[in-house]
Design a protein around this ligand. Sequence first.
Ligand code: HEC
Ligand code: HEC
Length: 389
Amino acid sequence: MLALLSLTAPASARDLDSAIGKAVFDRLWVQAPASTKSADGLGPLFAARSCASCHAGSGGRTTFRLGRDDPAEHPGLVIRLGAADGRPDPTYGAQLQPEGFGKAPGEGRVAVRFAAAGRPDWSVTDWGYGAPAPETRLSPRVAPSLSGVGLLARVPEAAILAREDPEDRDGDGVSGRAARLPDGSLGRFGWKAAEPTLEAQAAQAFLLDLGLSTTDRPDPAGDCTAAEPQCRTAPHGAEAGEPEVRPELMTGLVAFLDRRPAPPPRPASPRGERLFVAAGCAACHAPSLPLTGGGEVRAHTDLLLHDMGEALDDGMGEGAAKSAEWRTAPLWGLSRALAQNAGLMHDGRAADVRAAIGWHGGEAEGAKARFGRLSDKEQAELLAYVSGL
Ligand code: HEC
Ligand code: HEC
């Protein structure tokens, strides 16, 4: 009985945090000033009104697929802005916020056309505050699934570092490097692994997507720059000296994120798995990583950055990542993404796993070529394995 009590007491405190966190995740924030002080402060410039608008169903992946969906209308696609060295645009900041309140117009509408070999060519029409800097590039990103992110947070740094091979000493063509951030921490979240913790990622989302301040990122005007004075002088939700998102709400939100269940394991064909390893996919999509405190996470990622070649180079650096570098995308939960007809890859450009492999280049050139040399039957087995994860 005693043992039971000591087990349930802390668990229920976490349950409470997590329930608060779910409410924060689903909350539709409103413009300040509002009568509900705790839910105002959205914007003045923003991309969406809630976390759930982009990560539907308590943390799902967006269904955006490039070529099928209008990027200007679809929730869950964001446009990061920056130069090759990661510097944000001097006028528009680090992300395009298409929506604005009051006198602050939205920053612009995103559009895409397709160039040679189906390569997407992104642009923004109706820039709200004049032309961006000539060196600013557009880096489109789809909202990933948040399933199991708490487990990814618990992979020990040593396990990530152990898989690095920046000089490619083993000569397999795959190097991979950890996303070492300027403060010494390791980036592991986001398509370019620019954020080290769930808390940092959530603070960044509040800042860039919702225009809300947190203890970590206290500016209530969010991503507005000095070149956007209408936004900087608009009313905001924070009391003097307080962030718009109070610390206890942030604690709850992080507990909620931390507890997102991993995608359910699926029965896999051992032959498909062997082919996946033999083709060299597992050199980056590591089937398993250890967890601090024991156990493993079967996410099929190494959490390292890899140079993925010219066709995936978006021209923009972020955190430790150069413009052609991306974090190995976790492949768990892919069956669900495919069932929902979501586009694969960072900008949703691939309709299925075969198309996703086709876009792999750079360090993944060898794996792509080995896949191409498999018989039709073996290719089908490998694709069925990956599509079923
Ligand atoms: C406008 C759409 C949008 C909104 C709103 C949004 N996100 Fe995201 N989220 C994204 C995109 C896009 C990414 C990938 C970002 C990147 O590559 O840097 C992402 C990434 C994440 C990740 C990292 C997942 C991983 O595997 O690396 C977490 C955690 C997350 N979001 C949590 C949140 C939380 C919490 C909120 C609300 C405070 C939120 N998001 C609001 C679009 C959104
Ligand atoms: C050199 C490392 C590397 C190798 C080898 C590699 N991948 Fe990837 N893979 C990545 C990275 C990085 C991404 C994310 C790239 C992006 O979105 O631009 C990715 C993305 C994917 C995606 C899309 C996932 C999603 O959530 O959208 C699939 C599917 C995939 N890889 C399958 C494979 C298969 C199958 C193989 C073997 C034939 C393979 N990969 C080999 C690094 C690699």
